[in-house]
Design a protein around this ligand. Structure first.
Ligand SMILES: [Zn+2]
Ligand SMILES: [Zn+2]
Length: 333
């Protein structure tokens, strides 16, 4: 199979991924093999390829938003048959026995494994997935339309839930990439008034077309105090801007696996029971819940497609901010 392999992190513009011809994976106990049709490219993949997110093993195949069909079922992999539509996302496995797992928070499991970080991911024609962690996908939506939902959509949904926002509430979204694009559609569906802050005028325009009641830059303040905000931009200063815009009792959820730093700020920024929290990974329940909701709304995504072998180009475009919506790699047919 063709796979785009990361051997040594390097700037995206220099092409850190190498095309390799690898043997097809065979499913072990409790595993299934997916024929990958599409895999979206996430900012986390970019951070891994450039070394901002330290690789857990090298070489590794990145990619954690893969959509495909089951090509082979290993022994003990219950519930799946060849030809079923399935997806792989960030959570690749958890121990199921630690205090976090038993409390329904497998996203916090210290022995959790992640797709495209601990295990090889979806920038390949075939992908091994633990059957219990594969996502069941609806028939209907195109492969390239489903793929970006599997990371940005799912984690944005978790962030939205963690902010405690209620239907009709005032929500701020700071940064407007692939994840925020999904999140705004859920928030608008909930009847929320949504403010979107982003550096790019094109993104502000897109936010308005998706129902944002207000758009501005990070330095601007929405015209009304926010009940909650989610920051997507991987910059600490944006967190301070979001915190300044939330009302008393409001929550800011930081949706970033990697952040440069948090700026020093006066305690008044947090006073009046404002909360600041991070959002770490996702659970299987997050994925199942969001995928059902996304089909019902339905959540639409803007995608640009690239053939799998052009993964370096997709990374470079993501790094330079040229991708509109989400970049999706498609397997050769
Ligand atoms: Zn991701
Ligand atoms: Zn655990």
């Amino acid at each position: 199979m063709l796979a785009m392999v990361l051997r040594r992190p390097a700037p995206a513009a220099s092409g850190p991924l190498e095309a390799a011809d690898l043997p097809d994976p065979a499913p072990g106990e409790g595993e299934i093999v997916l024929d990958v049709a599409a895999c979206a490219v996430c900012r986390t993949d970019l951070q891994l390829c450039e070394g901002d997110l330290v690789a857990r093993r090298l070489p590794v195949i990145p990619g954690h938003q893969a959509v495909g069909r089951v090509a082979a079922v290993g022994p003990g992999a219950r519930g799946w048959r060849e030809g079923d539509r399935a997806g792989a996302y960030w959570l690749a496995g958890a121990d199921g026995t630690c205090r976090h797992c038993r409390a329904g928070r497998e996203n916090l499991c210290e022995r959790a494994a992640f797709t495209g970080w601990d295990r090889d991911g979806g920038f390949a024609e075939r992908l091994l997935v633990r059957a219990e962690y594969a996502a069941r996908l609806p028939e209907g939506p195109a492969d390239v339309a489903l793929a970006p939902l599997l990371c940005g959509g799912v984690i944005g949904h978790r962030a939205l839930r963690l902010t405690g926002i209620r239907p009709g509430g005032r929500l701020g979204l700071y940064g407007f990439g692939a994840s925020a694009l999904c999140t705004i559609q859920v928030a608008v569906h909930m009847g929320c008034e949504v403010a979107v802050a982003t550096r790019s005028e094109a993104e502000r325009e897109r936010a308005r077309s998706l129902g944002a009641a207000w758009t501005g830059s990070y330095a601007d303040r929405p015209p009304w105090p926010l009940d909650a905000a989610i920051t997507f931009a991987p910059a600490g200063d944006v967190v301070a801007a979001a915190l300044a815009a939330v009302d008393r009792g409001g929550t800011v959820a930081v949706n970033a696996i990697h952040l440069d730093r948090l700026p020093e700020m006066p305690y008044e920024a947090l006073w009046w029971e404002r909360s600041l929290r991070s959002v770490a990974n996702v659970t299987r329940a997050d994925a199942a819940e969001f995928l059902e909701l996304a089909a019902e709304i339905p959540v639409r995504t803007a995608v640009e497609e690239h053939p799998l072998e052009d993964a370096n180009l997709a990374l470079a475009r993501l790094a330079s901010g040229e991708v509109r919506g989400a970049a999706v790699l498609t397997a050769p047919r």
